[in-house]
Design a protein around this ligand. Sequence first.
Ligand SMILES: Nc1ncnc2c1ncn2[C@@H]1O[C@H](COP(=O)(O)OP(=O)(O)O)[C@@H](O)[C@H]1O
Ligand SMILES: [Mg+2]
Length: 371
Amino acid sequence: MGQQQKLRVGLVYGGKSGEHEVSLSTAFAVMGALDYEKYEIVPFYITKMGKWRVGELRSAPFHDKAELALESCAGRTVRAMEILFARLDGARGPAHEASCEVDVMFPLLHGTNGEDGTIQGLFEMANVPYVGAGVLASSVGMDKAVMKQVFAHAGLPQCKYVHFIRAGWEHNQADVIAQIENELGYPCFVKPANLGSSVGISKAGNYGELIQAIETALRYDRKIVVEEFVDAREVEVSVLGNDEAQASVPGEIVSSNDFYDYKAKYIDGKSQIVVPAPLDEELLDRLRDMAVQAYRAIDGSGLSRVDFFVRRSDMRIFINEVNTMPGFTPFSMYPLMWKETGIAYSKLLDRLIQLALERYAVKQQLNYESV
Ligand SMILES: Nc1ncnc2c1ncn2[C@@H]1O[C@H](COP(=O)(O)OP(=O)(O)O)[C@@H](O)[C@H]1O
Ligand SMILES: [Mg+2]
C-alpha cells in the first residue's frame, strides 16, 4: 500500500457507559498495536455525557492514555458527525484530505449504545464499513431473553429460565414467583435482560432474596431473565469471521468470587484465565462447534466471544451468552484465546478490519432496486 493511501481507521471509544474506562484501556492498546505502515487513525472519543469529540488524523499512537480524551477538541461534536457521514457525498479522494473522512470505523465500546446495534445502525446510515457484528447480531446478543429464544431455536443446550417484563411483574407477582419456584428453584440467577459486565445481576437463595434481586434488576431494565443456578466451570470460545467463521482454542475463567461479578471481572484482578481450558479434547471440540453454531444463529460477523457453562457434576454443556463486543485489551480473554490459537493481537486487528471491508463490499453488491 502506498504512502498516500493508507487505510483510515476511525477508532471510537469511551462512551456513556459503565464500561467507559475499560473502553479507554482497550483504545490505548489497539492504538498501540496497529501497523502504521498500513493505517492512519482518526480518534473519536465519546464522553461520559455522550458527546462526541474528534481528534486530528494521526499516524502514530498517543504516548499517554490521558490524550485519548481529546481535551483540545472539546465541543467539536458536529465535526465528528460530518466526518462520519462524509462518505455519503462520495468516495474519499486527495481533495478531501483535510476533512479526514474515514475508510472504516472501529468501535471499541461495550454495553448500551456500543454493542446493542445502535452505533452499528449509525454506521449503516453513514454508509461506512465498521468492525464487528452488524445491527441484528448486536441487538440479539445484547438482549438475553431474545438471545435465549434464538439459541433454543438453533437447538443449543441452555439452562432453564423464565423471563418477564415489568408490567407482568407488577400485575402478577405471585404467578411470576410461583413459576420461578416451580420451574427453577433456588438458588437462581436474576438478570436485567440488556446489560453486561454482571451489572444488576444477583444470585437469590430464597424467596426474600428473589424479591430483592428482581427489584434490583428492574432498576436497570424493564425486562428480566431468571435462570436456574448451574454449578459449573466457565469456558469461553472466541469466534472470528463473517460467513465462514472460525473458533479459537477455548479458555476457562476461574473466578475469584462466588460468581464472575463486576468486581471479579474488573477490580480485584484475582480471577484467572486459563488458555487452553484444561478439558478433554472431545469436549473442547464440541465447544468450538457450538460456538460457531451460536454465532451463526445470531447472524454474527466480525467477532464474538461465546460463553459456556460446563456443569461440574456431569460435564454437560450449557450455552450462557454471546458477547459481540468482548473485552479487547491484550490481556482480555478474546485476544488471549486467539493468541493461543496462533493469531497475535496486531494480526487480529488486521483481520477484523479486513472482515469489515469484506462485509461492506458484499453488501454493496446487493440489489437495492425494487424490480
Ligand atoms: N445460571 C447461572 N448459574 C451459575 N452462575 C451464573 C449463571 N448465570 C450467570 N452466572 C454467573 O454470573 C456471571 C455473569 O452472568 P452473565 O449472564 O454472563 O452476565 P454478563 O452479560 O453481565 O456477563 C457469569 O459469568 C457466571 O459467573
Ligand atoms: Mg458474561
